[in-house]
Design a protein around this ligand. Structure first.
Ligand code: NDP
Ligand code: 7N6
Length: 308
């Protein structure tokens, strides 16, 4: 592979300013150009993008600036031989820190007080509403970059952590690792279930009514993965009928979440607009991944994070 141009697709603006990404990618010995949907590509191109486009299949290499690549047609990349890399590995602080925010809000009732602040309302929560994270159990579903970061922070907060991953391999700061077929058992004792897995055929609809029924009635679901990992109607019903105590959702079934969606007004839900990974250094983190892979290409090595 011989890269003669880095083409930065305008869709990167969904995560960071286009000009910041272009600037961060300069200085690696390859010309960098911002491109739109009218651009065409050839086998000298590396495309850096948030979203997929059919035209990218004419390039040598496409780098997706997200960890999740569920929107990309992996089979088409394999058929054309265009390399596809993702951005797993850079979200080990951002997303876990957001998750800690969700946990703390629920335990210390901060989301409730923020709502009341708008009305100058001094009402205090009932005596038995607040609790401490220390001593509570968390189940982390997916123990990759994000799941490990969540587990580390939960452990530091004095929580007991169990996890789920395909391999079942042990993970640091995780007392017990289950495999996906044991998901029911993994979530049963958890006060928090945190979804940190990719959206795949196996995880699509994984959190359904039956699984929510297995969860404690005082438990909270946190979804920083992808919306469809959770069955929408099942979650809404579970929140309405008290099957679980609440949910924090950064990833949604439709994005933006429609203005009329019931979750916006749900007292026991925290909704964020897919920003768990946002940081003012996102362009630098992506540039570091691209730079590493340019160096690997020069050395004739395989690409880091290659998914097709
Ligand atoms: P990684 O690839 O590092 O980790 C994925 C983990 O999920 C692995 O531990 C893997 O298991 C596990 N996994 C895969 N399939 C299953 C399954 N069926 N059941 C349980 N666990 C499973 O990815 P990241 O941690 O970087 O990112 C994870 C996902 O989070 C992304 O795919 C993306 O969808 C989402 N994401 C969301 C962001 C946001 O802004 N909200 C930001 C970044 C990512 P094993 O270890 O055995 O392979
Ligand atoms: C944008 C991150 C991912 O998969 O969904 C996230 O990486 C988007 C900052």
């Amino acid at each position: 592979m011989d890269i003669a141009r880095i083409a930065v697709h305008e869709s990167v603006a969904k995560a960071c300013p286009l000009e910041s990404m272009v600037a961060a990618l300069e200085g690696f010995g390859v010309p960098v150009e911002a491109v739109g949907d009218d651009a065409s590509f050839d086998t000298g191109d590396c495309v850096v993008t948030f979203s997929p486009r059919d035209a990218f299949l004419d390039a040598a290499w496409v780098h997706g600036i997200r960890a999740g690549y569920d929107e990309f047609d992996v089979e088409a990349y394999e058929a054309t031989g265009t390399a596809l890399t993702n951005s797993t590995g850079i979200h080990g602080d951002t997303v876990p820190e957001t998750v800690v925010g969700f946990l703390t809000a629920f335990a210390r009732r901060l989301h409730v007080y923020r709502d009341r602040q708008r009305d100058g309302d001094w009402t205090q929560e009932p005596y038995d509403a607040p609790f401490t994270l220390t001593g509570e159990q968390m189940c982390v579903v997916g123990l990759g970059t994000i799941g490990q970061g969540v587990a580390d922070r939960a452990d530091a907060l004095g929580m007991a952590v169990v996890g789920v991953r395909r391999s079942g391999d042990p993970a640091e700061n995780v007392e017990r690792v289950y495999t996906p077929d044991e998901l029911d058992a993994a979530v049963a004792d958890a006060r928090f279930v945190v979804l940190c897995c990719p959206l795949t055929e196996e995880t699509d609809g994984m959190v359904d009514a039956a699984l929510l029924d297995e969860m404690r009635t005082d438990s909270y679901l946190v979804n920083v993965a992808r919306g469809p990992v959770v069955v929408e109607e099942a979650l809404l019903a579970a929140l309405d009928d008290g099957t679980i105590a609440g949910a924090a959702l950064d990833a949604h079934w439709e994005e933006p979440l429609p203005e009329t969606h019931p979750l916006w007004d749900h007292d026991s839900a925290i909704v964020t607009p897919h920003v768990a990974a946002f940081t003012n250094r996102y362009h630098e983190d992506i540039a570091a991944l691209v730079q590493e892979n340019l160096a690997r290409i020069d050395r004739g090595e395989s690409l880091r994070n290659r998914v097709a």
